[in-house]
Ligand binder design. Structure first.
Ligand code: G3I
Length: 448
């Protein structure tokens, strides 16, 4: 039996008898949040403005907390062995990380929800360069991956090549794909699909992409030039994957985080630090969908992706109305950067259903659920929130609503962009937390 599955079994048994195993021990030793040791994941020293979460900034709390279970609430039902994710005899893996569970055994999240929707995880190149530490858990639980950063414009746009041949690149910036190859190769090896994140975003898109000479402080180009650059970028990126890896990309975050109110916007369209707005104007997001539909293959579903969706459904629906009517968009990516004080069972799920009622697919694209401080009670509450989330999305799907993916934004707490909120399902040692048991809807996790 695989070590991590043994850990799940032990965690569920200890958790169900209130000992909460490792988490308690860890807290008493480390006094709370686990932080990656210096130098393990060099990037991601996030400035606060990068922390786009459900309420647009800060720790992801969804405004005034509602029905957030207080610490220690709720009995934890006992459970025999056979904890979530445990495959009593998972058999010997084939060594390539493929699951070889016996009939009827569940090896992880992907198998548990295989009748509902794919289960994804966002991965940085750091994971692929240390894959021996992570491969088995990834393969046992996920069938979809998203590049945490390596398919964003600042990874794909090639400044040097664009500047070197300005006559030919003025309307068509040069692109390169070496940064995302570790993810592509891993997905191909394990027969996984990829959510592409993201084509058009105000963040992580280099300033030089918008200037006359492709220098950071150059003069901005005009609307028509930038629209042509946008079209060519989208054509070249989607064309590259269709030509070289047909069928690999099944969902594309065409536009990310374009609509907000009170966070530097005009009529709800983001203006603040947004060179797409500065050059193209307040309809830039519409044109992105025109071009994406023009160049995407049939098997690439096109999404608008945003945080805080459950508080701005009307804003999003109103702005996307024309694109929707013209058949340019397939779904809404609800990022789902939540905290344990957020109301998931009602507010979140009702918003997801509202998008479905308007004819959209819905995917949870960046799920994490933060706690204010780590500890037995917090992690128990977190577990019940994860259980609510997965059960709520499964229920909607089984009622016939097009819920077509749940992706978590990271593999473990130490790798997370929300390091100080212990927001994910595994701890820094890749041990499953109650959050994982909750996602597996294990009976050792109480219902909220
Ligand atoms: O690549 C550089 C590296 O060369 C440099 O040494 C290092 C110094 O800090 O920075 C590295 O860049 C970091 C980048 O991640 C790549 O690792 C940036 O500082 C860091 O700010 C950036 O953070 C990412 C953040 O988006 C940027 O907005 C997070 O990893 C990523 O999880 C986060 O993901 C976003 C989604 O794309 C959209 N929804 C919100 C979500 C959370 O902000």
């Amino acid at each position: 039996m695989r070590r991590w599955i043994l850990a799940v079994t032990a965690a569920a048994l200890l958790f169900s008898f209130g000992a909460c195993g490792r988490q308690e021990g860890k807290d008493s030793e480390s006094g709370g949040n686990t932080q990656m040791e210096e130098g393990n994941k060099p990037e991601d020293s996030l400035a606060s403005e990068d922390r786009d979460t459900e309420n647009g900034s800060g720790a992801g709390a969804e405004g005034a907390g509602t029905n957030g279970a207080s610490e220690g609430e709720g009995a934890v039902t006992g459970t025999e062995a056979g904890a979530a994710g445990a495959s009593k005899d998972g058999g010997e893996g084939s060594g390539d990380g493929s699951a070889s569970a016996e009939e009827g055994q569940v090896t992880g999240l992907a198998q548990l929800y295989e009748e509902n929707f794919p289960i994804g995880v966002a991965l940085p190149n750091y994971v692929f360069s240390h894959i021996e530490e992570y491969e088995q858990v990834i393969v046992d639980n996920f069938n979809s991956i998203t590049c945490e950063n390596e398919m964003k414009p600042d990874s794909l746009l090639d400044k040097k090549a664009s500047q070197a041949d300005l006559e030919n690149t003025y309307l068509r910036a040069a692109v390169h794909f070496d940064n995302c190859m570790p993810a592509v190769e891993f997905a191909l090896k394990h027969d996984m699909k990829i959510r592409f994140h993201t084509l058009v975003w105000h963040s992580q898109t280099p300033k030089w992409f918008f200037t006359e000479d492709y220098t950071d402080n150059g003069e901005l180009v005009d609307r028509e030039t930038m629209l042509t650059r946008m079209e060519n970028y989208i054509a070249d990126v989607l064309g590259y994957f269709q030509e070289n890896y047909p069928g690999l990309i099944y969902a594309v975050d065409v536009v990310n985080e374009a609509f907000d109110v009170g966070n530097g916007d005009e009529n709800g369209v983001r203006m603040k630090d947004n060179r797409w707005y500065d050059t193209v104007g307040d309809d830039y997001y519409y044109h992105a969908f025109v071009f994406a539909r023009r160049y995407a293959s049939e098997d690439m579903k096109l999404f608008y992706n945003d945080y805080g969706c459950m508080h701005k459904t009307k804003l999003i629906l109103d702005h996307l109305k024309q694109a929707k009517e013209e058949g340019l968009i397939d779904g809404i990516g609800m990022q789902s950067h939540l905290s344990v004080t957020d109301d998931i069972r009602f507010t979140f799920m009702l918003a997801a259903k509202e998008f479905c009622e308007e004819g959209y697919e819905v995917q949870a694209t960046e799920l994490d659920i933060g706690v204010k401080e780590s500890g037995k009670g917090s992690f128990r509450t977190q577990g019940s929130k994860y259980k609510s989330f997965f059960r709520g999305m499964q229920n909607l799907q089984e009622e016939g609503w097009p819920i077509t993916n749940v992706t978590v934004w990271g593999l473990n707490d130490a790798l997370s962009w929300r390091k100080d909120e212990s927001a994910l399902m595994f701890d820094e040692d890749m041990e499953p937390k109650p959050a994982y048991l909750g996602a597996m809807q294990d009976e050792s996790v109480w219902d909220e």
